[in-house]
Design a protein around this ligand. Structure first.
Ligand code: URA
Length: 434
């Protein structure tokens, strides 16, 4: 088999067979296919799509590219959650500890920034010493003993996704339904999750811009989960404006900590509660939504979710002093707040533009393997629907290069729209696919 024939076939919108997909994944994982040929195939898939059989075959090939963990002897039930990617989405940092504090072990394999969306690993690595490169043995050991793990793909779990993910990030091949579905579900299957909550985002700051596409992505992932024997629930959530206020690695860690300690922005808190409730119900820790909500609120108010976050950080080598005193986390050299020059209502806070800006500021990557700047990003002080007055803070930029200050301010202004008349706030959720 020759990779160039597969590229041509997909370029011509033909259907790839299971053997062809297995060949591609196996050879690319072994380093026998170049990045430029893999990128050409990914682009053809992005442009011409895959049917549900091809998507399932791709997912299983990627899951089988390395070991598949069996967690049944380690924990009674392992629940995982995964987001399809958004701007300001630090949900995992909060719901992982919440679920674990409620007695539901969380063994999570996360990703890095992808395109304009942030990545959990990059956020956690804002904490000095925090290790995301656990071996499988370390992953299992920590899950068994600490009930919470938040790591990257080890070389032996879904290595094909590890390689393709980094390639997609820098080749414009992220927003593709089959590529997202296979990337997420292969990781979840390989890491041994028995129950999975998917946070499928939709809007201008998500890879699926409308409800129809997001529902289709949710349905295919739920179907793949079922085929693989992993009960999966997908929640459709809004990503037209950043989630919460903070966008940027260390800034998001700070917001997650505030939320774990009982504060946090209203929309982000509501979002975390909802995802947490789904995790508890799916994991059998709560029988009803009310019971799950009580548990979620309980572990925040009694401090045990925050304690669980500290357990996670310490277990993975992170400096606990930095999360106890967040002033010690990386901080940008130039921090400037822009204030409103008019009264009115906030009509738009374009998440995509803010995500792209934060990548350009250094929070994301231009090339594979680029380092990220953990300190930079933006904080939005207003959300769609807010009534505002001249002089109110609109946003704060955190940059490390002086020449980016004006550019960042201008691009942030470009992300906003204002109105003189009342604007409806955006919904948090659009539905659930089971
Ligand atoms: N998250 C992933 O793990 N993969 C994607 O392709 C998108 C979001």
């Amino acid at each position: 088999m020759k990779i160039v024939n597969l590229i041509v076939k997909k370029r011509e919108s033909e259907v790839l067979t299971k053997e062809e997909i297995d060949f591609f994944i196996d050879a690319y994982t072994k380093g026998e296919i170049t990045d430029y040929q893999a990128a050409a195939l990914l682009m053809s898939i992005l442009l011409n799509g895959m049917n549900s059989q091809e998507t399932t075959d791709l997912t299983l090939a990627m899951a089988n590219s390395g070991d598949i963990l069996d967690l049944s002897g380690i924990v009674d039930v392992a629940v995982d959650k995964h987001s399809t990617g958004g701007v300001g989405d630090k949900t995992t940092l909060v719901v992982g500890p919440i679920a674990a504090a409620c007695g539901l072990p969380v063994g999570k394999m996360s990703g890095r920034g992808l395109g304009f969306s942030g990545g959990t690993l990059d956020k956690m690595e804002s904490i000095t010493g925090y290790r995301t490169d656990l071996t499988t043995e370390e992953f299992l050991d920590q899950l068994k003993n600490k009930k919470i793990v938040l790591a990257g793909q080890s070389a032996d779990l879904a290595p094909a996704d590890g390689k393709l993910y980094a390639l997609r990030d820098v080749t414009g091949t992220v927003p593709s339904m089959p590529l997202i579905a296979s990337s997420i579900m292969s990781k979840k299957i390989a890491a041994g999750a028995q129950k999975i909550v998917l946070d499928v985002k939709l809007g201008n700051g998500a890879f699926m811009e409308n409800l129809e596409e997001a529902r289709e992505l949710a349905e295919i992932m739920v179907k793949i989960g079922k085929l693989a024997g992993r009960e999966t629930v997908a929640v459709l959530s809004d990503m037209n404006q950043p989630l919460g206020h903070a966008v940027g690695n260390a800034l998001e860690v700070v917001e997650a900590i505030e939320t774990l300690q009982g504060g946090g922005p209203e929309d982000f808190v509501g979002h975390c509660h909802e995802i947490g409730i789904h995790m508890l119900m799916l994991g059998g820790v709560a029988d009803s939504e009310e019971e799950a909500r009580e548990k979620v609120l309980g572990v925040i108010s009694d401090g045990s979710a925050w304690e669980m976050f500290k357990v996670l950080v310490v277990s993975q080598g992170g400096d606990v002093k930095e999360i106890e005193d967040t002033r010690l986390l990386p901080k940008a050299e130039f921090i400037e707040t822009v204030k409103l020059s008019r009264d009115g209502y906030i009509a738009e806070v374009n998440a995509r533009k803010i995500g792209e800006l934060s990548v350009n500021m250094g929070a994301g990557r231009e090339k594979k393997g680029d380092p990220v700047d953990h300190a930079v990003g933006v904080v939005v002080h207003t959300k769609v629907g807010d009534k505002v007055q001249e002089g109110d803070p609109l946003f704060t930029i955190h940059v490390n290069k002086e020449n980016l200050i004006e550019l960042a301010k201008n691009e942030m202004m470009d992300a906003y729209k204002f109105s003189d008349s009342k604007v409806k706030p955006l919904p948090l959720f659009y539905g659930v696919v089971k």
